[in-house]
Design a protein around this ligand. Sequence first.
Ligand SMILES: Cc1cc2nc3c(=O)[nH]c(=O)nc-3n(C[C@H](O)[C@H](O)[C@H](O)COP(=O)(O)OP(=O)(O)OC[C@H]3O[C@@H](n4cnc5c(N)ncnc54)[C@H](O)[C@@H]3O)c2cc1C
Length: 427
Amino acid sequence: MLFVFLLIIISQSVKTTTIIWAWAAGLMAAATILENSKWADYHIQIFEKNTSPGKKVIISGGGRCNVTTGIEDKKILLSKYTRGADFIKKAFGKFSPRKCREWFESHGVPMKCESDNRVFPISDDGTEVVEAFTHVFAKYRDKVTLHYGEWVSEVIKIDTRYQITTPKWAYESDIVVVTTGGNAYSHTGSTGDGYAFARSIGHSITQLWPSLSSFLTREKWTHELSGLAFEKARIENLEWPILLTHFWLSGPLAFMYSSQIAWEAINKTNPKTIQLSPLADMWVAEWDSFLKLEFANHPKKLITNILSEKLPRRFAELFVREYCPHIETTYPVSIARIDRAKIAELLWIWIPLTLTDRRPGDEFVTAGGVSTDEIDPETMESKIQKNLYFAGEVLNVDGYTGGFSLQICWASGYIVGRSIVENIKSA
Ligand SMILES: Cc1cc2nc3c(=O)[nH]c(=O)nc-3n(C[C@H](O)[C@H](O)[C@H](O)COP(=O)(O)OP(=O)(O)OC[C@H]3O[C@@H](n4cnc5c(N)ncnc54)[C@H](O)[C@@H]3O)c2cc1C
C-alpha cells in the first residue's frame, strides 16, 4: 500500500508508502513506482487536500504549463538554479530535461520547445500534463488509492513506521514521501505543511522567502509607463524582458532578479537600489556613437526625438524629463560632450530604481526549504529518518522561470520513485 505521501504495510508481502502530495513531484514519484514495480505486492495511497490533482499546473505557464526547459548543456542548466544546483545535479543526471520531455511524449503528451527554450505541451493545455498521470493511475488502479479532499495534518514516526493523520483517519506506513510544495499561491493548497512535517521528524528548514515575483519601486515613473516592456533589459548580470505595470516592476527579468536576491529583506525602510539598462545590447560606447552620429546628422532634432529612435517614445520623454531636463529643449549642436557622455552612461547602466517591496502573494515559488544537507541526492531519502523521502519545491532547491521549477519536481520525483522501487525490491 502507498500514500503521497505511498502507504505500505510491511507484513508478509505488501509494503505501504505514503505520498503527501499531489502535484508535480508526488505524481512523478507515484507513476515511477507503478510503472517500475508491476511485480511487487504493494499499494499506493495518495493524499491531496484539493478535490482534484494538479491545481497549480492548470494555472502554471499561464495555463499552458511550461513543463521543462530545452536547455541540454548541464552547466548552463545548473546556472539557472539559484539554490541547490549542486544537490539537484545528480537527479538531472538521471532525469534530464530531455528525458522529462520523452517521458511525457511516451505518455501521450507531445511537446514543443519554443524559441526561448521553454518546453510546453503542443496543445498549450496544462491539463494534458496532469492527465498523463491520471492515465497511469487508472492503468494501475488496483495498486493506487486517491484520497482527494483529504489533507494530512500530522506525520509522526513510531518505531520503524510512520503514522499519517488526516481528519478522517490515522494511517500506518512504512515509507513516507513529502511533496507538499512551498508557500507560494497558497490558495492552490501549498501552505507549507511539509516544512512542519519535516521539522517534526527532525529535519531543519532554511529561511523561507518568496521568489519569482514582481517588485514595487519608489520611482513613480515605472508605474506611469505602465504597459511598457523592454524585450532585453539588464539588471546586474541578468538580461531578460522586463515589464512595467501599474504597480509593479514585472516580467522575467524582475522574476529572475527576485530569485537572485530572494533571501534579502526589502521594504520601505530597507529599500534596495538597483540599476536598470533598458537595452542590454547597447553598451556605453554604442550609446555614445549613436548620439554622436545623430547629433551630427540632425543638428536641429531635440534629444527626446533622437532617443525615440532607439527607445519607446514614452520612455524617451520620461528619461529626458527625469535625468537631463536641462537639455530638453537644447539642439544637439549646443549639447556639451559631458552631457552626451552622461546620457550614454545613464542609458547603458545607471538608471536607478529603488525596490521597496515584493508583490505579496505574487511569487511563483518559495526560496528555501528542507535543508538538502540532510537529504541523500542519489535517492532523495532523508539522512535523518529511514524510509522518509522528499521531492519537489519543499526542498531547498529553486531557480528561474522557464520550466526550471517543474524540472526539479519531475527529476526529484523520479528519483524518489526509483529509490522506492529498489527499497521494495530489497524488502
Ligand atoms: C502561477 C504559477 C505558475 C507557475 N508556472 C510554472 C511553469 O510554467 N513552469 C515551472 O517550471 N514552474 C512553474 N511554477 C512553479 C511550479 O508550479 C511549482 O514549483 C511546482 O508546482 C511545485 O510542485 P510540488 O509538487 O513540489 O508542489 P505543489 O505544486 O505546490 O503541490 C503540492 C500539493 O500538495 C498538496 N498538499 C500540501 N499540503 C498538503 C497536506 N497537508 N495534505 C494533503 N495535500 C497537501 C497541495 O494541495 C498541492 O496540490 C508556477 C507556479 C505558480 C504559482
